[in-house]
Design a protein around this ligand. Structure first.
Ligand SMILES: *[C@@H]1O[C@H](CO)[C@@H](O)[C@H](O)[C@H]1NC(C)=O
Length: 128
């Protein structure tokens, strides 16, 4: 395997692992950006900011009358077909047809020559 493929595999693996670890990882700023009326309570009343964050919740005490310790929104991810042809990770076999490739849930682009035409998606975290 050449280095590019190894790198692409490593990146994909890291993304997969970080997705698995989602429940443990602290929420990002983006995930805590909720309008106050959409907040759902996390933790107990009077919880401190430190305790709140420790259990994986968001804390913001700037608005009275709404939960200050609240659940983060789910991480939004989207599947994209990478544009860079030389980092494609093969999902098919030489000569695979578009239909067969799509059945496997992979991306298909019949160009350029010398790279896989049926290749895996990449999972991207969506910006807020
Ligand atoms: C706290 O929430 C308010 C209202 O949504 C927002 O304007 C403010 O930027 C938030 N503060 C922090 C530190 O996120």
């Amino acid at each position: 395997m050449d280095l590019k493929v190894v790198c692409a595999l490593a990146i994909t693996l890291l993304i997969a692992l970080s997705t698995l670890a989602e429940g443990i990882a602290p929420p990002t700023k983006c995930q805590c950006k909720l309008v106050p009326r959409e907040r759902t309570n996390c933790g107990y009343p009077g919880i401190s900011a430190v305790e709140c964050k420790k259990i994986g919740c968001c804390f913001n005490a700037s608005v009275p009358g709404v939960p200050w310790c609240y659940n983060p929104r789910a991480k939004k991810v989207k599947k994209v077909c990478p544009n860079e042809p030389y980092t494609r990770i093969n999902c098919g076999h030489p000569g695979i047809k578009a239909r067969e490739c799509q059945k496997k849930g992979c991306c298909f682009r019949a160009h350029p020559a010398g790279v896989p035409w049926c290749f895996y998606h990449r999972v991207m975290e969506e910006a807020c």
